[in-house]
Design a protein around this ligand. Structure first.
Ligand code: GDP
Ligand code: MG
Length: 296
């Protein structure tokens, strides 16, 4: 049997549902999802292997106009994902779509210049009262003459996901698999652990705190017998943010630790011991050297 395999970049505006879609297709929580935009900061690889096809998904940060050094490097990730990909999947939030002004400036022309299949995915159709709300969006996207196919879905409710998978499979190049069939990601375990801790911060805090936070895994000891030992630094930009994260009498950091531990234990399928520290690295989001050390 001839196999097909390729890379698919999932791109779109913040909060359109990119991470939700990738997690549903891969069938595991690889990319953190929160109601807040800009949760995904780096490319995340998710692998879907079918009968004779393998799709490697690149979940990317939401496209936006960069305001920080960190956001610039986030947008560089999007560009490189679109370059690497065999297929570009552009995800559109049906609720937020507005004719002619939905995509950031320059995005459509950048897409047009890439000579590869482009699929538009209209997401969150569960929020549309009826089909009549979806049809004009489809019509608009068609008239752009950018997309080879347009597929309406609900990532959350898993509506039309099988349809989307077959549309993507059709456009995959022929070739051997890149990864073992049972692998769902090529990211190391410690990456997911850091992301799960970061997700707790996104969920538990408001305003600028989540956006100023990075998580660094310091120790990751996988033990044959007994609990794994993981220690991590939660990095913030200011002392005030450090106090917020710790909370009065340390109650907040305790809450982060307990809920993150449960999430991590579910992810790795083992009991762990989690030790968290909060550190201030002044204005790290605008510091090229620090961004580099954090893997951006
Ligand atoms: P991303 O920023 O594009 O990666 O978006 P996320 O996957 O993090 O999702 C952003 C928010 O939209 C989350 O609260 C999701 O639960 C929600 N969401 C994603 N897909 C759907 C969908 O199909 N329907 C609805 N109603 N909500 C969705
Ligand atoms: Mg995301």
């Amino acid at each position: 049997m001839n196999t097909k395999a390729g890379y698919i970049a999932i791109v779109g505006k913040p909060n359109a549902g990119k991470s939700t879609l990738m997690n549903k297709i891969v069938g595991a929580k690889l990319s953190i999802v929160t109601p807040k935009p800009q949760t995904t900061r780096k490319k995340v690889l998710g692998i879907y292997t079918g009968e004779s096809t393998q799709m490697v998904f690149l979940d990317t940060p939401g496209i936006l106009k960069p305001r920080y050094e960190m956001q610039k490097s986030m947008m560089d990730y999007v560009d490189s994902a679109m370059d690497e990909a065999d297929i570009i999947a552009v995800i559109v939030d049906v609720e937020k779509y507005a004719k002619g002004k939905y995509f950031p400036l320059g995005f459509k022309s950048a897409l047009k210049n890439l000579n590869k299949p482009k699929i538009a995915i209209i997401n969150k159709i569960d929020t549309a009262a009826d089909r009549k709300e979806i049809l004009p969006v489809m019509g608009d996207l068609l008239t752009e003459e950018i997309f080879d196919e347009i597929v309406p879905i609900s990532a959350l409710n898993e509506t039309n996901i099988a349809e989307l998978i077959s549309v993507l499979e059709e456009r995959l190049p022929e070739g051997p698999f890149f990864y073992e069939a049972d692998l769902i990601s090529s990211q190391p375990e410690r990456f997911f652990v850091a992301e799960l801790i970061r997700e707790r911060v996104f969920t538990l805090f408001e305003d600028e705190v989540p956006y100023s936070t990075e998580v660094n895994i310091i120790e990751f000891k996988e033990r044959e017998n007994g609990k794994w030992y993981i220690s991590a630094d939660i990095i913030v930009e200011r002392d005030t943010q450090k106090r917020i994260i710790i909370g009065s009498k340390g109650e907040k950091i305790k809450e982060i630790g307990q809920s993150a531990r449960l999430e991590i234990e579910e992810h790795v399928g083992l009991e762990i011991f989690l030790n968290l520290f909060v550190k201030v690295r002044k204005d790290w989001r605008d510091n090229k050297g620090m961004l580099k050390s954090f893997g951006y």
